[in-house]
Design a protein around this ligand. Structure first.
Ligand code: GTP
Ligand code: SPV
Ligand code: MN
Length: 589
């Protein structure tokens, strides 16, 4: 499929290392993918679902020890430890290569190696980058075919250039003790072994589009972020774009596909989805920031997705979708998960494969991190700009997380550097998206703690530096939101989901200099009445509670921020330090 010497010699090397029985080039044709689906069904790797109700849909179950990203086994192997920084696992590159080469040696014997050329971003866009993933998993091939642009057209675009990311994945025996997800930013190389789950093995996603790309962006003057991109259309038909960074399983897919409350829909407001997980951001010719979604599909959290919470995501999964680790209704071969409806299947295969009565089963029928892989084109609200190679202009950047206390529903940063500080001090309760404890508050700057491909302190500096290149009137305004504030009984105080639109409208009005706000210690919060409460089942007093800034709690948080920042030593940008001192002074008054 190609005469590219760099590609071919790397392939020879990997072939000699892993010794597959055969090699198959993925050309991107439907015939080839269909043959692979049939093969995966024949070996039991995938299960064909009800083709009348769910045309083109398949099911896959992973090993019980292999259901989420493994952050403690994810490495950034820069030449020095300092380049990887204190929040990443690091090993000296030659030591890691030796360790990995031993694990990969002969790992594909008796198996087929698939060669997947893929593009992150529309093929040929100035934002786009190319990768080639070698894998021995058909599941990976079929997921990559949904999540990225694949096939011969990508090789044609690459030509004889060596500018591509080399990705090697071997499933081996999914031994968790020998599982490694490793990045060599200086070598444009990613190596993944002993896993077959999502973010660990779809190497275009977190590994390339965030970890390697964040490093490339730092060097080349652009940004790779864990952000959704949405367009909000007003009744005049004008669309403004917002990027938002929330940690894993904290509502990006939901916000990206939001359906406005009835009264706003009637007025003509609409939300259009550009992306739900990753944004690549560059400065455009007009001096504004532009973003593309480098992906072509959604790898979304299934549990909690329903007609009510996320109609558009559910619609997106009605055809040509792969479901991973959800439950199966054996009566009609459809899928089910907690939160889909109140009617679990009686005759059910739960996610580990056991036959159970779903109505009486105690425990979760679907794994909390079970997911759907759905083509973006399926989404009823996909933006007309989704394929725009120039991206969309960004009016606002929003940070957010799960905070039971402390953070108000929304506040606005004073300026770019303050906004960078707000992002850098993000914290959130952990979720099932990564292996380990759930519900523990941890600091997760810009929702990039698990995804930054270099020293986090340099990443903060890169954000500050990007701001310096923007004229004040062209820079996006920066905000922080929290849909997850709880009362003393542990109930969410804000209805969330579609009603988050009310907050987005305040945000865009602020960007246009229209909405009213008052300045407090932490930034600007909405003036009483500035958030529209039409039809909202909430008293004005209850809404006000969402904007309370508890100085004692905030000072405790500032102490924790200070402790967190201390690990970066002298590398912490002076601007961040100044913002911290400023906040402390304001709160201590
Ligand atoms: P990744 O794909 O892991 O990066 O996550 P994501 O940020 O796209 O997460 P997603 O949108 O799938 O969020 C999943 C969880 O957030 C589900 O449990 C949802 O019910 C919950 N969620 C989303 N939006 C809201 C909201 O506005 N309020 C509340 N209370 N929960 C929400
Ligand atoms: C996340 O965990 O943030 C995801 C899912 O989007 S994964 O692709 O597994 O990383
Ligand atoms: Mn994510």
């Amino acid at each position: 499929m190609t005469n590219n010497k760099v590609v071919l010699s790397w392939l020879e090397e990997m072939k000699a290392l892993t010794t597959p029985d055969s090699i198959v080039w993925i050309d991107g044709s439907e015939e080839q993918l269909e043959a692979l689906r049939a093969e995966a069904v024949s070996t039991g790797e995938m299960i064909k679902l009800n083709q009348e109700k769910l045309p083109g849909c398949y099911y896959h179950r992973t090993a019980e020890n292999d259901v989420a990203r493994v952050e403690d086994r994810t490495f950034i192997c820069t030449p020095t430890k300092e380049e990887a920084g204190p929040v990443n696992n690091w090993m000296e590159p030659s030591e890691m290569y030796a360790k990995l080469n031993a694990l990969y040696a002969g790992s594909m014997k008796g198996r087929t190696m698939y060669v997947i050329p893929y593009s992150m971003g529309p093929v040929g866009s100035p934002f786009s980058k190319i990768g080639i993933e070698l894998t021995d998993s058909i599941y990976v091939v079929l997921n990559m075919a949904i999540m990225t642009r694949i096939g011969k057209l990508v090789l044609d675009q690459l030509g004889d250039s060596g500018d591509f990311v080399k990705c090697l994945h071997a499933k081996k025996d999914v031994n968790p003790d020998e599982r490694y997800i490793v990045h060599f930013p200086q070598d444009n190389t990613i190596m993944s072994v002993n896993s077959a789950y999502g973010g660990n093995v779809l190497l275009g996603k977190k590994c390339f589009a965030l970890r390697i790309a964040s490093y490339q962006g730092m060097q080349e003057g652009w940004m790779a972020e864990h952000m959704l991109i949405l367009g909000l259309e007003n009744p005049k038909g004008e669309v403004k774009y917002i990027c938002a960074a929330f940690p894993s399983a904290c509502g990006k897919t939901n916000l990206a596909m939001l359906i406005p409350p009835e009264y706003l829909k009637e007025k003509g407001y609409k939300v259009w989805t550009v992306g739900d997980d990753i944004a690549w951001i560059r400065k455009g010719k007009d001096g504004r920031l532009y973003a593309i979604n480098p992906e072509a599909g959604f790898f979304g959290v299934a549990p909690g997705t329903s007609v009510k919470t996320n109609f558009n995501a559910l619609e997106s999964t009605k055809k040509n979708t792969i479901f991973t680790n959800v439950a199966i209704n054996n009566d009609d071969m459809t899928v089910w998960w907690e939160g889909l409806d109140k009617n679990p299947p009686e005759n059910c295969t739960e996610w580990t494969g056991k036959q159970v009565n779903g109505k009486t089963f105690e425990g979760k029928l679907a794994h909390p991190n079970s997911r759907f892989t759905a083509p973006a084109v399926n989404c009823p609200c996909i933006s007309s700009e989704f394929e725009n190679p120039e991206g969309v202009p960004i009016s606002a950047i929003v940070f957010g997380g799960r905070r039971a206390k402390t953070a108000p529903l929304v506040y606005q940063a004073r300026d770019w550097n303050h906004g960078v500080f707000v992002g850098a001090t993000m914290a959130s309760e952990t979720t099932a998206a990564a292996a380990g404890a759930v519900g523990v508050v941890r600091r997760d700057p810009m929702a990039m703690k698990p995804f930054v491909g270099y020293n986090m302190a340099d990443y903060f500096q890169h954000w500050i530096d990007m701001g310096k290149t923007l004229d004040a009137d062209k820079a996006p305004e920066i905000f922080h939101v929290n849909w997850f504030r709880q009362d003393d009984e542990g109930n969410f105080m804000w209805p969330g989901f579609g009603d988050n639109m009310r907050v987005l409208l305040w945000i865009l009005d602020r960007c246009a200099g229209e909405a009213s706000a008052r300045e407090c210690e932490i930034g600007y919060i909405p003036e009483k009445g500035a958030i529209d409460t039409t039809d909202l089942d909430m008293t004005p007093e209850a809404l006000e509670e969402l904007f309370e800034v508890d100085k004692k709690l905030w000072l405790e948080d500032v102490a924790d921020q200070e402790k967190y920042f201390a690990q970066f030593g002298d590398k912490l940008p002076a601007e961040i330090k100044a913002e911290l001192e400023n906040l402390k002074a304001k709160l201590s008054k």
